[in-house]
Design a protein around this ligand. Sequence first.
Ligand code: CP
Length: 308
Amino acid sequence: MVFSLKFTGRNIISIEDFSRKEINYILQVSRNMEPIASKGSDILKRKILATLFFEPSTRTRLSFEAAMLKLGGSTIGFADADITSVKKGENLSDTIRTIENYADIIALRHPLEGSAKLAAEFSRVPILNAGSGAEEHPTQALMDLYTIQKEKGRIDGLKIALVGDLRYGRTVHSLACALSLFDIELYLISPESLRMRKGVVDSIKNQVSITEDKNLDKIIPQIDVLYITRIQKERFPDPAEYSKVKGVYKIDLKTISSGKNDLILLHPLPRLDEIASEVDDTPQAKYFQQVWNGIVVRMALLFLVLGA
Ligand code: CP
């Protein structure tokens, strides 16, 4: 695959479409966005972002919209496809071929794997994958990398554990692929039924050291970054299978105290009970900083893709 540092007009569908050099560049531009995120700008004045969310979201949709507004642009879109003509049976390709007339760029969240790729095939304007089923969430992976780099000062040399629902979790699929471009040790911690997808492991196993385990307590003392995810009830085909793994990992003050002093704890959110609220005020808890970082990374992506 040939990679370039040209971002203008590009779709952001899969994290696998990006080289390490390109990711580093996005992280650099994101850093440059920090002061602009506080002050505002009109760099994207007259540009319109459409957010098409066929699945629930708080952070991704609102941070894309906030990012666009902070850069001087405008937003249109929907957060519930049931109030659109999708309810009357309109398909995704016709929806995209309609919205491309109204917007310069589209952020799409859809329950089907492959949906962002399909949308990009029909769209004249760039598509940003804001979550495609259980498959990928590439912009989340970029903000996760940005958070790790900002908090730890580097990504190379770290021991990073992805914990929880590694089978259905789109954030961990994209993040594992992104991390494989760096010199890290990756720990994949999950119940047997929620192990990381074979396709993801196969695609990265020659690039990065991987340890798969069920036991979180055993690896906590060794790691620098703990990235825990929600067990996603809505993605289980069988509710009985969900009941077996519900609440399997819980981070509390005792867990934190068994880790390194400079361990950082990340979560893409929303959380259920996998992180006790008593952890929120510890120096290790970085998941709300991660939310802020979503703004600057998405500002950088809008800026780069719209060629500002
Ligand atoms: N992290 C994430 O994708 O959150 P939302 O589902 O709230 O967008």
